[in-house]
Design a protein around this ligand. Structure first.
Ligand SMILES: CC(C)(COP(=O)(O)OP(=O)(O)OC[C@H]1O[C@@H](n2cnc3c(N)ncnc32)[C@H](O)[C@@H]1OP(=O)(O)O)[C@@H](O)C(=O)NCCC(=O)NCCS
Length: 172
């Protein structure tokens, strides 16, 4: 049965509920606005249709959507990581996003609380997130939820000869 929770926030009805097949397209399009490659050049995860579909297929229990007065407003997508030969389970929040029109209303907070509850029920002992070092809104948001002890993580990139070839083709 579908899991739906309703809240009243600043005279609006907020609905936090399971991610359904109808949410695939709105989630993808909102993510396209929020996670452009320049703004969030996450090297090991790329926001595309397959990312959303894969979460829906493999982790639907940890994919949650938010609606304000019946309109799509945001999502969280995550996964429970179980390490082999270990009792420890990690709840990894991979993507969270809220439509620009509904920011600072507490929507991500409600999505996160639902995510945390589901991960805790699933046995997660630790929750993890990562974000770009210059994504101040996300950093402040995660800090406000109690995340601490940030670990430095350095990314490098290197162009291959395909990149050079691609540029030469463009210049022709
Ligand atoms: C980060 C994000 C999800 C926050 O969504 P939100 O619904 O506006 O967040 P909330 O209203 O629940 O904010 C809760 C608290 O987080 C902090 N916070 C959220 N946005 C902030 C901002 N832009 N600047 C400073 N603090 C912020 C505040 O402490 C806030 O509490 P307050 O409003 O009472 O001060 C949203 O800005 C977003 O979609 N960003 C783009 C996508 C992204 O970068 N996702 C994270 C990486 S996957």
């Amino acid at each position: 049965m579908e899991n739906i929770k309703k809240y009243n926030i600043s005279d609006h009805e907020l609905e936090i509920r399971d991610f359904t097949i109808d949410d695939l397209a709105p989630t993808f399009h909102l993510g396209e606005k929020l996670f452009t490659l320049n703004k969030t050049p996450n090297l090991y995860r790329v926001w595309d249709e397959y990312e959303v579909i894969n979460f829906f297929q493999s982790d639907s229990d940890h994919c949650i959507t938010a609606f304000v007065d019946g309109l799509y407003a945001g999502f969280v997508l995550g996964t429970l990581i179980e390490k082999r030969k270990s009792e420890i389970k990690y709840g990894y929040l991979v993507w969270i996003g809220v439509d620009q029109n509904y920011k600072r209303m507490g929507i991500a907070s409600n999505l996160f609380e639902e995510f945390k509850e589901r991960m805790t029920l699933g046995g997660a002992t630790t929750l993890m997130i990562d974000t770009q070092a210059d994504n101040q809104a996300a950093i402040e948001f995660f800090k406000s939820k109690g995340f601490d002890s940030p670990q430095d993580h350095v990314y490098y990139s290197m162009k291959t000869k395909n990149h050079i070839q691609g540029k030469m083709d463009e210049d022709k």
